[in-house]
Design a binder for this molecule. Structure first.
Ligand code: AMP
Length: 365
C-alpha cells in the first residue's frame, strides 16, 4: 500500500492508531514535543518539535499522505497552517476541532442537527452572568468555553452568589452556564465518516467516571433497548458528522436522563477512551476504522460478536501492581501505554497508563 499517516500528538491515542496502521501496512509519522511521548515509540518516524515550528511542520507534511491529530486541544493555528500548505489533507479539519474546542459552538452545532442539549447560556460580562442565572436557573454547572476537559474548568453552583464566586475562580474567562442534568447514565457514541461521505456509528456504550475521569466503559447488546433502538439515536451524531463534513472519528458524549432521553454533552473529534474496547470487542476497532478512513481503504460496519465487553482504565500505580494478575486471566486483554508513573498534582486525577478489556461471549464453555 505504501501510504503514510501523519499524527499530530504523541499520546496513547496516536500510539494505538499507529499500531492499527502497522497492522494494515500503513506507516505513521508522529509529530510531538518530546522523545518521551509514548506515541513515538512505535511510529515509523517521529518529528520532535514545537507545534509552531513551520520548518518542522513542512517536513512533516512532506513525509506523509494525510495528516490527523490525536488530541483535542491542539492549537488550531497548527492545523490551519498545515491546511494552508494545501499539500496534504488534514482530517478531521480545523473547523471540526475549532467546533469541539468551544463549548458554545459544539452545543449550537448539536442543536442545529436536532440533538437536545441541557439548557445553557454563554456569558463574558457580569451582566451576562446575571442573565445566564435568570435563564438557566440553579443548580447549574459553570464551564469555561475553551480549554476544559475531564472536569477541569468547571464549577457546580447553586445560586447567583456562588456563580459570581465561581466565575472569579475561573479567572473571568468566557464561560457557559449549563443546567444540571440529573442523569441515570453517561453514555457515548462514536460516529465516523470518510471522504466519500460514508457515515456510521460504533455501538453505544455506558461510561462510569471517577474524580472527573473515565474509569470504566460497558458495552452490552441489550443496553438502552439494544441495536434496534441505537439506530434511532445514531441519526443525530450522523447528521452532525455530515454537517461538519467530518473525515475521521468523533465521539459524542451523552447523558441518559431519568425520563430516558439522550442529551448531547460534548464531542471529541479523535479516538476516544470509551471505545478502546473495540480492539478486542468489535470486528473493527476505532483505531483501524480511522486508519481505513485516512488511508482511503474500504470501511466495514462495526459490530460486536460478544454479549458484553467492559474496559477498565489502569490509573497511576495500578498499571504496575494489577498487571501480573490481569495477565493470568484468559478472557482479559491488557494494553499498556508505556507511560511512566507520575504523581498527580493536588486536585488532579492519576495518569491513564493502560486499560484492560474483558469480553463475555454469548455461550460460556
Ligand atoms: P464534561 O467536561 O462536560 O464532560 O464534564 C465532566 C463531567 O461532569 C461529566 O462527565 C459529568 O459527569 C459531569 N457533568 C458535566 N455537565 C453536567 C451537567 N450539565 N449536569 C450534570 N453533570 C454534568
Amino acid at each position: 500500500m505504501g501510504k503514510a499517516i501523519g499524527i499530530l500528538g504523541g499520546g496513547q491515542l496516536g500510539r494505538m492508531t499507529a499500531a492499527a496502521a502497522a497492522k494494515l501496512g500503513v506507516k505513521t509519522v508522529v509529530y510531538c514535543k518530546s522523545e518521551e511521548e509514548c506515541g513515538t515509540f512505535i511510529a515509523w518516524k517521529k518529528i520532535i518539535a514545537d507545534y509552531d515550528n513551520e520548518k518542522a511542520l513542512l517536513e512533516f507534511a512532506s513525509l506523509v499522505d494525510v495528516i490527523t491529530c490525536e488530541w483535542e486541544s491542539v492549537d488550531k493555528r497548527t492545523l490551519e497552517f498545515l491546511e494552508r500548505l494545501g499539500r496534504k489533507p488534514v482530517n478531521p479539519s480545523s473547523l471540526v476541532f475549532a467546533t469541539a474546542q468551544d463549548r458554545l459552538l459544539e452545543k449550537r452545532a448539536a442543536q442545529a442537527v436536532g440533538m437536545e442539549t441541557a439548557k445553557f447560556w454563554a456569558f463574558q460580562t457580569p451582566q451576562e452572568l446575571h442573565d445566564a442565572g435568570f435563564f438557566v436557573g440553579f443548580p447549574a454547572i459553570m464551564k469555561t468555553r475553551f480549554g476544559g476537559y475531564d472536569g477541569k474548568g468547571q464549577r457546580r453552583v447553586k445560586s447567583v452568589e456562588e456563580a459570581r464566586r465561581a466565575w472569579e475562580e475561573l479567572g473571568h474567562v468566557p464561560c457557559i452556564l449549563e443546567a444540571f442534568v440529573n442523569f441515570k447514565h453517561e453514555a457515548s457514541i462514536m460516529v465516523y465518516r470518510n471522504s466519500r461521505g460514508k457515515t456510521g456509528c460504533f455501538p453505544m456504550v455506558v461510561n462510569t467516571h471517577e474524580n472527573g475521569i473515565l474509569r470504566q466503559t460497558l458495552f452490552h447488546q441489550e443496553a438502552f433497548g439494544g441495536a434496534p433502538f441505537w439506530t434511532k439515536h445514531e441519526q443525530g451524531p450522523k447528521r452532525l458528522a455530515e454537517q461538519l463534513k467530518l473525515v475521521g472519528l468523533t465521539c459524542v458524549e451523552l447523558f441518559f436522563t431519568q425520563d430516558e432521553k439522550f442529551i448531547f454533552n460534548e464531542m471529541a473529534p479523535r479516538p476516544h477512551n470509551s471505545y478502546h474496547w473495540t480492539i478486542e470487542g468489535c470486528n473493527v476497532s476505532q483505531f483501524e476504522q480511522l486508519v481505513r478512513i485516512l488511508a482511503d481503504l474500504p470501511l466495514v460496519e462495526p459490530y460486536s460478536p460478544f454479549r458484553s465487553v467492559t474496559m477498565t482504565n489502569l490509573l497511576g500505580h495500578e498499571a504496575d501492581k494489577s498487571v501480573p494478575a490481569l495477565l493470568s486471566l484468559p478472557k482479559v486483554s491488557v494494553t499498556l501505554y508505556d507511560k511512566p508513573h507520575r504523581d498527580p498534582k493536588p486536585g488532579e486525577p492519576p495518569r491513564k497508563r493502560g486499560h484492560w478489556v474483558a469480553v463475555e461471549p454469548y455461550h460460556r464453555h
